[in-house]
Design a protein around this ligand. Structure first.
Ligand code: NAP
Length: 261
C-alpha cells in the first residue's frame, strides 16, 4: 500500500469511475490525496460515487461522458481543466462486454464494444495527452485491459480484439510520448468480483466453479488489489516503468501447460 499523499494534489480522470474497478481506483487515489473527475454515461452511477468520496473530504466532480463520442470526451477534458487547472492522470477503465459466440455477434454488437474499449481509449488518451503535452508537466495514462488480449477470448471476440488494440496503444504511446514525460501503462486483470462482471460473465454458479478451476491461485481477485497496483503505476515510485502491462490474474493465463496443473 502506498503512503498517504503519494498522489497529493494530482488531478485524475477515471472513466467508468462510478462503479466496480473504476470506483475502487477512485477511492484509492482519493486516499492518496488526488483530486478526481469521474466520467461515464449515467448519473445514477456517477452521483452516489461522487457523494461517497466528497463525504470523506475529497475534491471530486462528475462529467456525464460517452467515451465513444469525441465531442463528449473534449467536454470532459474542458470540465476537468476548468475546475482543477490541469490533468495529471487518466485511467481508461470504461468498457462494455457480453458473452456471445462470434458467428452470432452482429456488426452492431461488435461496434458497441470496440467503440467503447478501443476507440474510446484513443479519444480519451488523445484529448488528455494533448493537454499534458501543452502543459509541459507530462503525466500518466493507465489502461485497464484483460489477459485475453494475448490468448484470444472465445465468447468475447469483440472485447478481446479491442483490448489487444489497447495493449498495442499502450506500448505505442509509451514510446511516442516518453519525450513529453508521459508514462503509459496498463493492468490486465483476470476475474475480479464486480457487479458489472459477476452479473454478466460468471452469474451461473457452474460456470463460475469451472472458471475458478482454471485459476492456480484458486480465487477471484478483488477491486482493492487492482486499485493498489493502479496507484503504484501512476505514482512517482514507478517513474522508470512505461509501456508495461501488469497481469493480475492469480496465474490464470499461465496455468495451461502440456500436462495441466
Ligand atoms: P463495470 O462496473 O461494469 O464498469 C464499466 C464502467 O464503464 C461503468 O462504470 C460504465 O458506466 C462505464 N461505461 C460503459 N460504457 C461507457 C461509455 N460508452 N462511456 C463512458 N463510460 C462507459 O465493470 P468492471 O468489472 O469494474 O470493469 C472495469 C474495467 O476492468 C473494464 O475495462 C473491464 O474490461 C476491465 N476488466 C474487468 C474484469 C473483471 O473481472 N471485473 C476482468 C478483466 C478486465 P456507465 O454505465 O455510467 O457509462
Amino acid at each position: 500500500m502506498l503512503p498517504e499523499k503519494s498522489l497529493d494534489g494530482r488531478v485524475a480522470i477515471i472513466t467508468g469511475g462510478g462503479t466496480g474497478i473504476g470506483f475502487g481506483i477512485a477511492s484509492e487515489y482519493a486516499r492518496l490525496g488526488a483530486r478526481l473527475v469521474l466520467a461515464s454515461r449515467s448519473d445514477k452511477h456517477l452521483e452516489p460515487a461522487a457523494q461517497a468520496l466528497a463525504a470523506g473530504g475529497v475534491e471530486v466532480i462528475t462529467v456525464r461522458t460517452d467515451v465513444r463520442e469525441p465531442d463528449d470526451v473534449d467536454r470532459m477534458v474542458d470540465a476537468a481543466i476548468a475546475r482543477f487547472g490541469g490533468i495529471d492522470i487518466l485511467v481508461n477503465n470504461a468498457a462494455g462486454n457480453f458473452i456471445c459466440l462470434a458467428e452470432k455477434l452482429s456488426p452492431h454488437g461488435w461496434n458497441a464494444v470496440v467503440n467503447i474499449v478501443l476507440n474510446g481509449t484513443f479519444y480519451c488518451s488523445r484529448a488528455v495527452g494533448l493537454k499534458m503535452i501543452e502543459s509541459g508537466r507530462g503525466g500518466n495514462i493507465l489502461n485497464i485491459v484483460a489477459t485475453y488480449a494475448w490468448t484470444g477470448g472465445p465468447g468475447t471476440i469483440h472485447s478481446a480484439c479491442a483490448k489487444a488494440g489497447v495493449v498495442c496503444m499502450t506500448q505505442t504511446l509509451a514510446v511516442e510520448w516518453a519525450r513529453h514525460k508521459i508514462r503509459v501503462n496498463a493492468i490486465a486483470p483476470g476475474p475480479v468480483e464486480t457487479e458489472g462482471a459477476g452479473s454478466k460473465l460468471w452469474a451461473d454458479p457452474d460456470f463460475r466453479e469451472a472458471m475458478l478451476r482454471g485459476v492456480p491461485r484458486g480465487r477471484i481477485g478483488t477491486v482493492e488489489e487492482i486499485a493498489h497496483a493502479s496507484a503504484y503505476l501512476v505514482s512517482d515510485f514507478a517513474d522508470f516503468i512505461t509501456g508495461e502491462v501488469l497481469v493480475m490474474d492469480g496465474g490464470q493465463w499461465l496455468g495451461k501447460g502440456m500436462f495441466g496443473r
